[in-house]
Design a protein around this ligand. Sequence first.
Ligand code: ADE
Length: 225
Amino acid sequence: MRIDIITVLPELLKSPFEASILKRAIDANLVEVHFHNLRDYTTDKYKSVDDYQFGGGAGMVMMIEPIDKCISKLQAERHYNDIIYMTPDGERLNQGIANQLSLHQNIIILCGHYKGVDQRVRDQFITKEISIGDYVLSGGELGAAVLCDAIIRLIPGVLGNETSALTDSFQDNLLAPPIYTRPREYKGMKVPEILFSGNFPKIEKWREDQAYKRTEQRRPDLLED
Ligand code: ADE
């Protein structure tokens, strides 16, 4: 998979890809991540990428021309399955969207800034608009990092244990059950006995029940689907 990220702040975005699972995925050539600084696509001597809103109003708007230049250059090199715009008014990210995107060959992620991008960018280029939650960030970069993490860990071979992404919370619309490790007892707090029974079907049933109970208590909305 190849991910091209268009941003005015590449330095803000790079560190999540330089450690742990994302770094390993890149080092193992399971994913390529390329950063494109939008300012490299302006002809303006001040390298500005934003301008005032037509009709007045507070806040600057990202201009179409540098974005067009960057996306068109990339599209001339390869086909992209999706061109995603990170924005608080997009579709809220969930595991299903991450699963679907992890199957793509090439995607572009455009990070918004200021008030956002000129609507014509959205009309002309964007195939998917994604929000990481109902709150406003200073820009799309942190959202793009969250989205990339959610996608990349699903690419086959990225996680050491192939089954571990499948048992994550949300994969079956249930939250994950409680988990325990050593010691068996800590300051009087005991690990549930069932986990030492050696009876794996029974343990699996217990985990399913716990996952269901936790989902019912914390996220009943997930059970409505
Ligand atoms: N940019 C600003 N806020 C955002 C959000 N909640 N999700 C994605 N991109 C954003």
